[in-house]
Design a protein around this ligand. Structure first.
Ligand code: FAD
Length: 381
């Protein structure tokens, strides 16, 4: 039985997901307590998303840079007809203000349906318990890694070849051979006349180390005539792309709750855009976990996990071939696979269209990555 003096919501973890949910819940008039070991820590990561993924309530001021047509390089340059937004991380955090939220500094040892027990023994309860603690990047989980340098736009220009941004540039001028674990250049403006140039390992188990990514980035930038003097701001990226189970009766949110796209590592826009549905369910007395995890969204998540298994098997040539076919699909088909959580038919159609046009060796790789194939092989284990 919940104590009547308990708040409506307890949010454990104040990364982008927990903070967005706490903010929207408080704005909707719910009483909210939030706990984090460092609730006022400033975020420093560069967060970005497709423009159409962001919720209407987010003001334009949180956008640091707008790219109307990002590009990819697979076998050659290709424009992606879908607008992309790089967020101003500081402004996003400030906009998600928590003045109306009771803040607790502490680390949860356990989180269950009744609340959270902190490492110092304090116990916090609420009517709805949200676990938004993120996922530790342990080696058994697939991870994304990246090493980036933030430079003036003019310095970055030779790496961009006239494009506004590289969403993915898979050229191998980073010193790699076709059968090396691949990495790509992510190059986007971050506002204030600056651009991030980031060598990225999309997913790996284990993912490429940051030292190797830095080495590749420096080779690539030297090959393109980008002048680096050693004073650049650096971004180091390592995070798990797979979620973690939460206790029964707890609402898992953000990366912790499996809201990250396992094959791309994007999660911020999903956390922002799903917050209102969760808050509405809390107010209506509907089960928020059921609202988040419909039959369709479970199917979508399962299909995307298949996508992750495929990517984990691709070498440098395979990955360029794969994304060449992917970005040749109409934008609506790309969007179905990359964004949203409920269009299972759309995701399956995109995957089937892709499978049909890929060369035979890649189709074989895809088939071998299916769990069905592994378990149904005669003598298979
Ligand atoms: C440099 C970098 C760049 C990225 N760029 C993008 C991007 O462009 N787009 C995108 O969508 N994603 C991006 N990501 C992925 C990004 O990490 C996630 O999308 C996002 O941070 C997930 O948010 P989250 O709130 O679910 O988890 P987290 O950001 O991991 O936040 C978890 C929070 O929980 C707190 N916490 C942990 N343990 C406890 C505990 N025991 N008790 C209480 N609190 C706890 C932590 O202190 C933290 O504040 C990037 C990641 C990095 C590192």
């Amino acid at each position: 039985m919940t104590d009547p003096s308990s708040p409506d919501v307890l949010v454990v973890g104040l990364g982008p997901a927990g903070r967005a949910l706490a903010f929207r819940a408080a704005a909707a008039g719910l009483t909210v307590t939030a706990v984090d070991p460092q609730p006022h820590r400033r975020w420093t990561a560069t967060y970005a998303a497709w423009a159409d993924e962001l919720p209407d309530w987010l003001p334009p001021a949180v956008v640091a840079a707008a790219v109307s047509t990002p590009a990819v390089w697979t076998h050659g340059p290709r424009a992606v007809g879908r607008a992309y937004r790089v967020l101003d991380t500081g402004r996003l955090q400030d906009f998600l203000a928590l003045d109306a939220v009771t803040m607790v500094t502490g680390r949860a040892r356990t989180v269950d349906a009744d609340g959270a027990t902190l490492t110092d023994g304090r116990r916090l309860g609420a009517r709805h318990i949200v676990d938004a603690r993120g996922v530790p990047a342990r080696s058994h989980r697939a991870q994304q890694t990246a090493f980036g340098l933030i430079v003036d736009d003019a310095i970055a220009a030779p790496a961009l070849d006239g494009q506004a941004a590289w969403f993915m540039d898979w050229r191998r001028d980073n010193g790699t051979a076709p059968d090396d674990v691949p990495s790509f250049l992510y190059a986007v403006p971050v506002g204030g006349g600056r651009t991030i140039l980031e060598e990225t390992c999309l997913v790996g188990r284990p993912a490429l180390g940051l030292g190797e990514l830095e080495r590749r980035l420096r080779i690539r930038l030297a090959a393109r005539g980008v002048r680096i003097d050693g004073d650049e701001d650096v971004e180091r990226v390592r995070f798990a792309v797979e979620g973690e189970s939460v206790a029964p009766g707890v609402i898992g949110y953000g990366a912790r709750g499996g809201l990250m796209h396992p094959a791309t590592g994007y999660a911020v826009a999903t956390a922002l855009s799903c917050a209102d549905a969760v808050v509405e369910a809390m107010r209506d007395g509907t089960d928020p976990q059921r609202v988040l995890w419909t039959t369709r969204s479970r199917e979508v998540a399962m299909l995307r996990r298949m996508g992750l298994r495929v990517l984990l098997r691709l070498d440098g040539d395979g990955v360029a071939e794969f994304f060449d076919a992917f970005f040749a699909l109409p934008v609506a088909a790309q969007r179905a696979y990359l964004s949203g959580r409920n269009d299972a038919a759309g995701v399956a159609t995109t995957m089937w269209r892709l499978f049909r046009v890929l060369p035979a060796p890649l189709r074989g790789t895809i088939l071998r990555s299916l769990p069905l194939w592994r378990t149904s092989r005669p003598g298979g284990r």
